[in-house]
Design a protein around this ligand. Sequence first.
Ligand code: NCD
Length: 641
Amino acid sequence: MRNLLSIADLTNDEIDEIFDLADGADKLRTDKSAADQIMATLFYEPSTRTRLSFESSMHRLGGAVISCSDMKASSAVKGESLADTARVVSSYADVMVVRHYWDGAVQAMAEHANVPVVNAGDGSREHPTQTLCDLYTLKKEKGELRGLTVVVCGDLKNGRTVHSLVFALARFGAHVVTLAANGMELPHYVLERLEREYGYSLAPVASDDLSGVVTETDALYLTPKQPHQLALFTQVDAAMQSRLNTMVSGLRYDAFYMTRKQKERMKEGTTGGTYPTIGPSFLKEHRFKDTVVMHPLPRVDELSPEVDKDRRGIYFKQAANGVPVRMALLKFLLNRRETKRIAGKRTASFYESPERLGPKCTNPNCVTVTEPASTRRRFELLSGGPGGALLLGCIYCNHRFKVQFVGHVKSKRYCAYDIALADTIRGWLKKDELAIFDSIKEAEELGYEPYKSGPQRTVMDEQEIQAAVREMSRQILRECQDPDRLLILGIRTKGSYLAQRIAGELAAQRRQKPEAGEIELYGAGDEMRRIFPDDEDAPALNLKDREIILVDDVIYTGRTVKSALSILFRSGRPQSVRLAVLIDRGHREVPVKPDYVGKHIPSSEKERVRVKLREAEHDEKDKVVIYSMISPAETQAETIA
Ligand code: NCD
């Protein structure tokens, strides 16, 4: 069965094939290409364009349409599962078009349907058919997609149309500049995928360059060419700044893709703040004379009606193209009903827990959380996360999070995941003997026992740690230009504890507590937040022109820091970022250098260093220990012998 759940389900050639079919939409109409076919539309969320253009397309192809006028009037309100609805509707229709407010809900339905399923928007995840309309319109306007520079603006966090669009633009070799409203930046999992699968890198762009149209937002430039490794520098100095300015002043902006604030997907009270808008001043700027303005619609007030009359406003064309493009897509899918989903060049390994308990997606709006009964929890297993972390990517919503504990199914042993185990784990996965747990409790509930590590040796005791924190704080204060601009940001979790201690030291030294916060690399909620929220309604942390001290317990490969920097740079432009770590192991894969170090402990193959802080260890004293890893494979041999 061919479904369209993500834009990744179509190859570039297939997208071109659909565009060719769309060009010949008149012929599809006269041929009655879908005579005798029935399309069902199930919209659990409001829609005007997507639904009506799909229905119009099916009628134009000579087919018929069945629908629920309002899903609140369907059996869903009686508690029917997505799985059951999908099975039932499959026997009434030849193709199903579904929109739902949960991330991954359409994928869950597709798994239970017997007919092709099209995603017409799922939660804040993807909206692939809108992207087809966007690309088709843009291509008609500009001739080709390769080499274009597209600025995506507004709510990039919750706007699903933007997620599908940036993946597609990356695949067709376009450049993307992101211009997010504060706190609504592209989610980390989207950027990670752009980096991992398409080799894109990102760099901040001076917002002054776009100041004609936007205020109070910093732009990010995503490019396939990787000329700027900015996210790897710990200092945004003046020289770099001017390099960036020249870089962007040479940019030609081909399109602005504006989006509306997705209020319905936000927590109450988080919808404030400035929002970029496009209006008359944009139209007057000479360098935007050939820049087209796009919008998936509906618009609210981010796009002024003055643009409607201008030749550059092409959003009504986008909406009109919904019919030929969706006619083409329906024809394409109905032709291929019997073909399998494309294999693509996916090389990832997949993981499904062999045990009753196993990892759960951390995204609260994921269908595996909201309706587990209609899903089978499966994940992509991705190595090479920050600090060598092993990551799980949810198949339904694509959110990514870290593997905490791993177990061996046969010997019933578990331990915390460590990069030294990478090869062993791969072996277990191949033999279906890998268990992954979110917590020790889960492992123990299934009767797993811990692997033992080798003997421990203390390399830093409580006093030494205390002295190191004090000394680092002194240096920080000495070297900062304006202590009032200091922002101490810890990398969760141990970096946050250290950040709190440094903030405490600084408070003692100058009788005023600096602002402190934490960064969460793989969480579901906000990536950045305050550690001491004196005021619950305090606005999001403002990074602009701040002197940031990024804090972590150990630096080894540098990848964790790199990820944290990329979050920082896309959330605002600080004046400088310095790095403070308790332990430097000096084995760098990326060129980041800590500015403040508690102690250097050169890395060695077998020895691991662990920072134990009393906040994390409950009651224990602070210490840094070094221990050697006994490979679980060795212990296993022992157990068998
Ligand atoms: C979009 C959607 O529903 O995601 N609309 C559309 O399909 N054209 C965008 C939006 O609602 O803002």
